[in-house]
Design a protein around this ligand. Sequence first.
Ligand code: ADE
Ligand code: ZN
Length: 345
Amino acid sequence: MTVLEHGISTPAAACEFARRIPKAELHIHIEGSLEPELIFALAQRNGVALAYPTVESLRAAYAFTDLQSFLDIYYAGASVLLHEADFFDMAWAYFQRAHADNVIHAELFFDPQTHTARGVDMGTVVRGLRRACEQAQAQLGISSQLIMCFLRHLSEEDAFATLEAALPYREHLVGVGLDSSEVGHPPEKFTRVFARCRELGLRIVAHAGEEGPPDYIWQALDVLKAERIDHGVRCLEDPTLVARLAAERVPLTVCPLSNLKLCVVNDLADHPMKRLLDAGLCATVNSDDPAYFGGYMNANFVQTVQALGLTESEVIQLARNSFEASFVSPSDRSGLMNKLERSIQ
Ligand code: ADE
Ligand code: ZN
């Protein structure tokens, strides 16, 4: 461990420390890991026309003003995914980057409606992703699980049809989530479909309090029975909510670079991560859509540590939180925690 004699660590040491310790990633949209180069390669392989002539021109379009301005480009990028091999290649590229950042467990979101609406079969999506998960375990030692997300700008009826299509693959899903355009699409819009998911034994997460108000976090907890809140940063506007999240240790999967790129914060120095930790919340660091937001796990850790002056103890807390918040068995959690504890001896 690089903590100095009096327990004070230098910023550079804290960054190096954050890079090397084992961690879990719990908020990664796998379609958001599609790098422009892979988008172009898959477009060519599948004969899909893109609105941008070059990789550079596509990358240049990644100047977002809010969540919706990002989602428009993100869904267009996913249009190159047609075959099982495409989903495999995308997820395998992510796992290799995650491995380089010492991610040892990952819970991957995927958006099937983005694909089924284009005529791609649910099985094609799940089989491609599963195969990458299996190879990540075998070749990289990374454990992983899949969380199917419902697009909240679509209807609850559409979500029910998606759940139905996913039932043959139930064994491959640890849980379900709720993503896409938040404002105007409150969690309560999906009350019935999440109730059905709970009956099926699926774990529940939901994006809430990214752009939407604290009330959406209350709804995610009380109506959907979410066990983790994705983003959740706007909870700080409601002290009663913060007290509840702290008392119940409801994890928040926070995504600092995403918040910066989508203008949820104007500067990383204003990011609420330290305030969340100081409030005793189980906050975690995640990359959200790393190909679009300028970095994978370690970039998120390092830039947050630098901007907020986080200490090594806070970095350890964030890594411990990531394992505490993961949907693994108690024995797998102990195994993951032990790897972290050994790395900081
Ligand atoms: N889908 C992909 N990234 C997302 C985000 N940050 N918020 C909501 N939906 C998303
Ligand atoms: Zn997200």
